[in-house]
Design a protein around this ligand. Structure first.
Ligand SMILES: [Zn+2]
Length: 286
């Protein structure tokens, strides 16, 4: 068993390193084609709040919005205002996944903008078109590639913003700390594959910027993904050690392994632990 703490890199899970500075997301233009509007729903799980992304090709008259966020009328209208101020209209809304902090506002947003909503989960779609792995969506000259990234949830997608060498990761990779695997819908084996898939974009396609669903933009995507992979391996090792030491229930394991983490995130940590226990059992690691 590896010495888990030695594997840890600089950043920590939300609340893991109370002394560490916590950079906030910056609103407005972040890359040439992406701008952020922060939703007013901060919490230990959503960090500063949900990042709603506005994507548009320079000179185009249409924009794409990714994750309208919670059903908060003021936030939805701020997003529309930001699009209109740039002389554009919203032509399409995309969802990274169905969690309410990303998707609850989608129906109202579609109503306000009279634009369709596309998502992997058919229940979240409004309009005729869905989304599938590998799809390339072109709107107003802007190309986005659909990258399947299940694991946080089974319906999680990332969107590669090809021209900016950026990827929108929803909750698969966050701008600060690490994310959770929402057992039983989210599965750790899928999640690790998704992290490796995103990392391969940094190698094969030169993707360098992560536009996350929460927290600040990451300008070194490859280091962030390496850290996530190391962090997962380290947590898994800690859980295996806890099992060897006789901790049995997910709640016992959380109290032991996540002792250094803000208790507000323990319920989510317990879902991650359940996902990791499934993974350990399925692989016959214990
Ligand atoms: Zn979220």
């Amino acid at each position: 068993m590896n010495d888990a703490p030695a594997l840890r890199a600089g950043a920590g899970s939300a609340g893991e390193e109370p002394g560490a500075p916590e950079p906030r997301v910056r609103e407005g233009a972040v890359t040439e084609r992406a701008a952020c509007v922060l939703a007013p729903n901060p919490s230990p799980m959503t960090l500063d709040g949900t990042n709603t992304w506005i994507l548009a090709e320079p000179g185009a008259t249409t924009a794409v919005v990714v994750d309208p966020g919670p059903e908060h009328e003021g936030h939805l209208r701020r997003v529309i205002d930001a699009v209109e101020r740039s002389g554009r209209r919203v032509a399409l809304t995309l969802l990274t996944h169905g969690h309410p902090d990303h998707a609850d506002g989608a129906a109202r947003f579609a109503e306000l903008t009279r634009s369709p909503v596309r998502a992997l989960d058919p229940r979240l779609r409004l309009g005729d078109e869905g989304l599938a792995a590998g799809d390339v969506i072109t709107t107003g000259g802007l190309d986005m590639r659909v990258v399947p990234t299940p694991g946080h949830t089974s319906d999680s997608l990332s969107f590669q913003l090809v021209a900016d060498a950026a990827v929108l990761t929803g909750d698969t990779v966050l701008g600060r700390g690490t994310t959770m695997v929402a057992h039983p819908d989210g599965r750790l084996g899928d999640y690790l594959d998704s992290l490796r898939r995103l990392r391969s974009l940094t190698v094969d396609d030169g993707v360098h910027t992560v536009l996350p669903g929460h927290g600040p933009v990451l300008r070194d995507a490859q280091s962030a993904l390496d850290y996530y992979l190391v962090h997962r391996a380290s947590r898994l090792a800690q859980i295996e050690t806890a099992l060897e030491n006789g901790y049995r229930t997910p709640a016992e394991i959380v109290a032991h392994v996540y002792a250094d983490v803000n208790r507000a995130v323990w319920p989510a940590a317990e879902l991650s632990v359940r996902a990791q226990l499934d993974y350990v059992q399925e692989r016959g690691l214990m």
